[in-house]
Design a protein around this ligand. Sequence first.
Ligand SMILES: *Cc1c(COP(=O)(O)O)cnc(C)c1O
Length: 425
Amino acid sequence: MKTGTICVQGGYTPGNGEPRQIPVIQSTTFKYATSEDMGKLFDLEAEGYFYSRLQNPTCDAVAAKIAALEGGVAAMLTSSGQAATFYSIFNIASAGDHVVSSASIYGGSFNLFSVTMKRMGIEFTFVSPDCTREELNAAFRPNTKAVFGETIANPALTVLDIEKFAEAAHSHGVPLIIDNTFATPVNCRPFEWGADIVTHSTTKYMDGHGAALGGCIVDSGNFDWSKYPERFPGLCTPDASYHGVTYTERFGKGAFITKATAQLMRDFGSMAAPQNAFLLNLGLESLHVRMKRHSENGLAVAKYLKNHPKVAWVRFAGLPGDPYHALAEKYLPNGVCGVVSFGVKGGRSAAEAFMKRLKIAAIETHVADARTCCLHPASSTHRQMNDRELEAAGVSPDLIRYSCGLEDAEDLIADIAQALEGVEA
Ligand SMILES: *Cc1c(COP(=O)(O)O)cnc(C)c1O
């Protein structure tokens, strides 16, 4: 099936007389006739539901849709994108391990890696997404367990050369994890370019209506963990907390997601609520239609800004002349996304004056929504970074992140025009 059909119908096929829409199974627990029946579930010997912290049918149906959209073998919903990012790495790395990450990533991911996961004993080396193969190879250590990057980085809007990062990861025997939030599988499917694991903040385009926080991890099933049993003992040796199950032996291509569910969800409990999974699915049903409009609006706004005398610079990979245009043509041929970054002449203060004058676009700590919104990252999401870190993340102090919604491009442009008129360059 093509992407649009999966968006609408994937993950759930009702039988005769069953609900057409995915039912919300609003139940924490599930009933069994005998303790023996339930024991088999606890031993992972039988499949079934017993407690919604681990699995819930509504969440599983929506996860299956996202797995199909990405072309993966299995997926797990999480309560937020942050939880998905954390689990995707903590599932294979622990104290004493190391991860290579693109420096051009979401501010929340950067903080999670450089502060919180560092406290857990996991070290990260950040590399420029534009680094040479030599520089990338030099970042690896004997204890490296994964490589991480974003298809389109939030908010720097760099486009990752996924093949370059996948080749480096695989030549060192580790998987490439890609945060595909901004592109969505409608505009890019990282597995087709060698990525092994994909994460999402479904809070963004997938939900698309600013209604529900959420995240997702998808496994391609392509990375052969059992080739490196010493590097990935959690997947390749018996799990004492599950009566000695060895995930790769018992679950094959499903090993990564089964372990994330059975261990991480069990112990950390960042599960998606069934009601939120239901809302996410409503968003997914129109994702292919919306991404087209978001991407068209992004291009129209970027083109307008590019030619405006009061605008210092514009970053949008769909724009000819953008440093990432060639990578966008390769990885994002159907459109990039709706997010445009730019600077108004006059720096920080001009950015604030401009944003205050906007009437359609609201100032929000949000992005990738049906309603146009904008943000000044240096004073909000990225304020924990110093100037050097900001620069490495591709976030200049004057950067405005403008997220085109689904409105008419003419109205968005007229709003920007009147706001720029009142700004002193
Ligand atoms: C928002 C975002 C996240 C974090 O997601 P939450 O759902 O807010 O926890 C991770 N990665 C990217 C690219 C994001 O835009």
